[in-house]
Design a protein around this ligand. Structure first.
Ligand code: NAD
Length: 294
């Protein structure tokens, strides 16, 4: 029997828990967590993501500030905004929505974010702390997947976990987290990418398959074994004759053929996506409590 890993439901549960926590903080006269987001330019997908993050803050009772900057913002101007947020005691954590316009060096901006306010977990110091299994802000999407595996009590110890994709925001951190000596974790991990030869040989051996490559319905039934746990991170808009908009969201996994073989599977939408937002909120609460950097 296949069980759905319901990210929408678990994300709602986490947000309800946060809502109750905010009530307690208010009763005790504590500081309400405050997340800021910087959005540069008018990229449609980025606008949607940032709007969802701000809305989620409001829903759980966090404060949020959205700083919209024009596409023409220079690197120097953005660095100045980042420095302002670094020193503003009211802001507990913030994100700079990626991608940035081409004329801005993303790494330079990420390195300028104060690690204690880096709730996206992208600063090299936080990435290093993750690799060393030290307390840190885990990047939101991998953290969301970890929480999903944890809440469904998926057995990961000693399992073979195959991760497809080596991006800094999903695949690479996911491979580190699944290999570390923790639960969820303790897997034997294989990290596959665009230069992997004979990908199918690896995917067929996976007990847990985490797919983050951005190619809709790439993983088909013949590529997986019976009982596999599937985490589908991909989200791509593809044309659809059956929806009003003419589009639908597709994952990297061909759901209809793969799901019957899987023991657990995340749907798209409603799987990893909602968990990403919940994780950002959890990181913001940790920042406001100074849990990571005392
Ligand atoms: P990316 O484009 O940065 O990385 C893609 C990776 O896939 C690369 O490392 C590449 O080596 C690998 N790859 C490409 N073709 C391959 C092939 N044929 N075989 C094996 N590996 C191959 O992508 P990303 O930012 O990691 O995002 C991946 C997908 O996840 C996208 O669809 C993105 O929209 C989605 N995403 C979803 C969330 C969420 O919250 N659900 C968050 C981040 C990204």
């Amino acid at each position: 029997m296949t069980e759905i890993l319901d990210g929408k439901l678990i994300s709602q549960q986490i947000q309800e828990e946060l809502f109750l926590e905010i009530d307690r903080i208010k009763e005790q006269g504590g500081k309400i967590p405050h997340l800021a987001a910087i959005l540069v330019g008018n990229d449609g997908a980025s606008e949607t993501y940032v709007a969802a993050k701000v809305k989620a803050c409001e829903k759980v009772g966090f404060k949020s500030t959205l700083l919209r900057l024009p596409e023409t913002t220079t690197e120097q101007e953005l660095l100045a905004k980042v420095n302002k947020l670094n020193t503003n005691p009211e802001i507990d954590g913030y994100i700079v929505q990626l991608p940035l316009p081409k004329h801005i060096n993303e790494n330079k901006i990420i390195e300028a974010i104060a690690p204690q306010k880096d709730v996206d977990g992208f600063h090299p110091q936080n990435v290093g702390r993750m690799a060393l299994n030290l307390p840190t802000y885990l990047p939101a999407t991998p953290y969301g997947i970890i929480q999903l595996l944890e809440r469904y009590a998926i057995d990961t110890t000693g399992k073979h976990c195959v991760v497809i994709g080596r991006s800094h925001i999903v695949g690479s951190p996911m491979s580190i987290l699944m290999a570390r000596n923790a639960f969820p974790g303790n897997c034997t991990v294989t990290l596959c990418h665009s230069r992997t030869a004979n990908l199918k040989e690896f995917t067929q051996k996976a007990d847990i398959l985490i797919v983050a490559l951005g190619k809709p319905e790439f993983i088909t039934a013949d590529m997986v074994k019976e009982g596999v746990v599937i985490i589908d991170v991909g989200i791509t808009r593809i044309p659809s004759a059956t929806t009003k908009s003419g589009f639908k969201l597709a994952g990297d996994v061909h759901y209809d053929s793969v799901a019957p073989k899987a023991s657990f599977i995340t749907p798209v939408p409603g799987g990893v996506g909602p968990m990403t937002i919940a994780s950002l909120l959890v990181n913001t609460l940790k920042a406001s409590r100074k849990e990571i950097y005392k």
